[in-house]
Design a protein around this ligand. Structure first.
Ligand code: AMP
Ligand code: MG
Length: 185
């Protein structure tokens, strides 16, 4: 199937989490998928979407609620992981487009969770790590978190940090800035 370069699908997930290791019997689950398609011709961010996903193997801890603002009650009303993956494929053609996230965590979690639950991986092979790109283009010696990356470029952090939809939106803005900077040489 031919690959499409008209948009980059920027993704940011939130997951169940704990201060230290998961409690016995629980596994990290995706609880939110933030999606922001970036038009590669104009830089327009086409949508700021948030899919709330029901965790199948864990529950939302108070620690996780403090970090993400998401509660167990909220995620219990979410869609299933397999439904969320289908939305990515059908609504965003995620398997045919380049997708991007800030760091490698999102890709690894999708790979792990798809394998563990027997769900078809919704993406193709082209993943863009915006954190690596940032480090290289800005010629930094160490990588930095998303909030610092925005701050260093005097860009606002729009919405709520650690919410998938807002994080994806901000990462898409950052990515476009980097692509423009690269063009200028
Ligand atoms: P983020 O995109 O930075 O909001 O982080 C994505 C996910 O990584 C969160 O939903 C958590 O599951 C996990 N995470 C991020 N920061 C922390 C932290 N300080 N402690 C534990 N888990 C974290
Ligand atoms: Mg996030």
């Amino acid at each position: 199937m031919t690959r499409k370069y008209d948009q980059i699908i920027v993704i940011d997930i939130e997951c169940t989490c704990w201060e230290k290791l998961p409690p016995p019997g629980q596994e990290t689950d995706i609880i939110e998928i933030g999606i922001c398609p970036l038009n590669t011709a104009t830089g327009e961010r086409l949508e700021r979407r948030s899919l709330i996903v029901q965790p199948q193997r864990s529950t939302v801890s108070p620690f996780c609620t403090r970090l993400t603002s998401l509660t167990q009650e909220q995620v219990e009303h979410g869609i299933s992981f397999v439904q969320a993956c289908n939305i990515l494929r059908f609504d965003y053609q995620s398997h045919r487009r380049v997708w991007a996230s800030y760091g490698d965590f999102d890709r690894q979690q999708f790979e792990r969770q798809c394998a563990a639950l027997g769900v078809t991986y919704p993406f193709g092979a082209s993943h863009l790590n915006v954190k690596t790109l940032y480090t290289l283009i800005r010629r930094l010696r160490h990588d930095v978190g998303m909030a610092d990356a925005l701050r260093l470029l005097d860009m606002p952090l729009e919405g709520t940090h650690h919410r998938g939809g807002d994080d994806a939106w901000n990462v898409a803005g950052l990515l476009w800035r980097l692509l423009l900077e690269r063009q200028k040489g």
